[in-house]
Ligand binder design. Structure first.
Ligand SMILES: [Zn+2]
Length: 70
């Protein structure tokens, strides 16, 4: 399935960017503690429109929004 326009835009958003309207949360956030200074969280999302999957991370060294192809 083609990645919808909103999902393509989503990959460019920053850590503070909100999920677009068709992205819904999947599962609970994964909390990583121990990384200094405050740890970070990952949250999975799925697009109801094109079925793309994203992971949002608050980790400094990660992409804010990672799109999982296929
Ligand atoms: Zn989409």
């Amino acid at each position: 399935m083609e990645t919808c326009n909103l999902c393509q835009e989503q990959t460019k958003k920053t850590r503070r960017g909100k999920p677009h309207k068709d992205l819904v949360k999947v599962n609970e956030p994964r909390v990583f503690t121990g990384a200094s200074p405050r740890g970070y969280e990952e949250q999975d999302y799925k697009c109801l429109d094109c079925d793309s999957k994203f992971t949002q991370s608050t980790g400094k060294n990660d992409l804010a929004w990672t799109l999982w192809q296929g």
